[in-house]
Write a protein that binds this ligand. Structure first.
Ligand SMILES: [Zn+2]
Length: 52
């Protein structure tokens, strides 16, 4: 299940990390399926940790 993210998906922040499959999306972005269904802000893991 990919949610609302279209593949391939490139990180909107660094524009370097790209996921071509749902598996890569989960590995590189670690997206969550929220009850609200909001998965738009899918920065990659690196950008997320940088931003903290
Ligand atoms: Zn990124």
């Amino acid at each position: 299940m990919v949610g609302t993210i279209k593949l391939p998906h490139t990180c909107p922040h660094c524009k370097k990390t790209t996921a071509k499959t749902a598996v890569e999306l989960e590995e590189k972005f670690g997206y969550r399926t929220l009850p609200s269904g909001a998965t738009n802000q899918s920065w990659c893991r690196m950008c997320r940790s940088d931003n903290k």
